[in-house]
Design a protein around this ligand. Structure first.
Ligand SMILES: Cc1cc2nc3c(=O)[nH]c(=O)nc-3n(C[C@H](O)[C@H](O)[C@H](O)COP(=O)(O)OP(=O)(O)OC[C@H]3O[C@@H](n4cnc5c(N)ncnc54)[C@H](O)[C@@H]3O)c2cc1C
Length: 287
């Protein structure tokens, strides 16, 4: 493996003799290669430990996250929120139309932390006559509300008008949400997520890397830190944001983010589009 890191091109194919020396039977094909052991979940022997395949630990100073307060396994199957705002946050474009949507939970408890998400239950049924499955959306507002002190959250939702192959579609939940009017009611489940959270430690440095609506949790974290700073409790933790998009016109919150003090957040915008390019390019270029 170490040797492969130095390769600029693939080594030549092994001759039958060399393959034989390496223990490959004559005429063997890739299908004959020994099957690597399956993860435990596939064999059904022991539970699959997803945590051992990635970072699932919240930052040590993160606050306790409440999850699944509303949903299929909770006593309350959903909570009804009222739309109190719906504004477009990107330029009008063929392939991007992103909305900032504010949902208010009234007197019902819905505690959230930056980095969590919620589920939306779109009304109606799918082609098979079944209720639509919930769609998840990241929370774009800080823990004390889109409007400080209010029991509300905001979401950053991009209308899906083309599928991943570029064919015209009308995404069920994203279009339902982007078309909502102030006063409309929405069925919500969640909150979800207990690991991708803001560190509370005021000196913690945070590096944020996102594209498009992936900026939603970054906006939540940035805005929470900004509020902490304006309350005088700021102790110097730095924020660095890498924001990728094909053009700045399709970056939600680009204007407000640009207005934040430079000593508070270092923003690195990564544009790379002259003409239309396939979905996924922004992520690839950022990587
Ligand atoms: C943890 C989590 C957080 C998320 N946060 C956000 C968020 O903050 N903002 C946001 O806008 N979305 C977010 N999403 C995506 C969101 O959940 C939906 O998948 C998305 O809005 C499409 O749902 P839809 O009902 O409109 O489309 P669907 O009706 O589910 O899909 C219609 C067709 O479009 C395709 N499609 C689905 N999504 C896309 C896409 N993005 N681009 C191209 N084709 C697509 C589908 O494969 C299908 O063919 C998040 C998803 C997860 C899992």
């Amino acid at each position: 493996m170490q040797e492969q890191l130095g390769w600029n091109e693939l080594p030549p194919e092994l001759s039958p003799e060399q393959q034989s020396e390496a223990g490959v039977a004559p005429g063997a094909t890739a299908a004959d290669a020994p099957t690597p052991p399956l993860p435990a979940a596939a064999t059904g022997e022991t539970p699959f430990q997803s945590a051992s395949y990635g970072s699932q630990m919240p930052p040590w100073s993160a606050a306790h996250a409440y999850t699944n307060l509303y949903g299929p396994k909770a006593p309350e199957k959903h909570i009804v929120a009222t739309v109190t705002g719906n504004v477009r946050v990107t330029e009008v474009g063929k392939d991007y139309d992103t909305h900032h949507i504010v949902l208010d939970f009234g007197s019902m408890p819905f505690p959230v932390l930056e980095g969590q998400s919620i589920g939306i239950l779109p009304p109606g049924v799918d082609a098979k006559g079944r209720a639509h499955h919930p769609r998840q959306y990241s929370i774009a507002s800080p823990r004390n509300g889109e409007r400080p002190g209010y029991n509300n959250i905001s979401l950053t939702i991009k209308r899906v008008l083309e599928d991943h192959q570029g064919h015209p579609v009308r995404g069920v939940a994203s279009n339902y949400m982007c078309d909502l009017k102030v006063g409309d009611k929405v069925q919500v489940i969640g909150p979800f997520g207990s690991s991708f959270l803001t560190p509370n430690h005021p000196k913690s440095h945070i590096v944020m890397i996102c594209t498009g609506t992936g900026s939603a949790p970054m906006r939540a974290m940035t805005e929470w830190r900004r509020r902490v700073r304006s309350s005088g409790k700021f102790e110097g933790g730095k924020l660095m944001l890498f924001f990728g998009a094909r053009t700045k016109e399709e970056l939600p919150y680009f204007g407000p983010l640009q207005n934040l003090p430079k000593d508070f957040i270092d923003i690195n915008f990564e544009p790379h589009r002259v003409s239309r390019r396939p979905v996924g390019l922004s992520q690839t270029a950022l990587a």
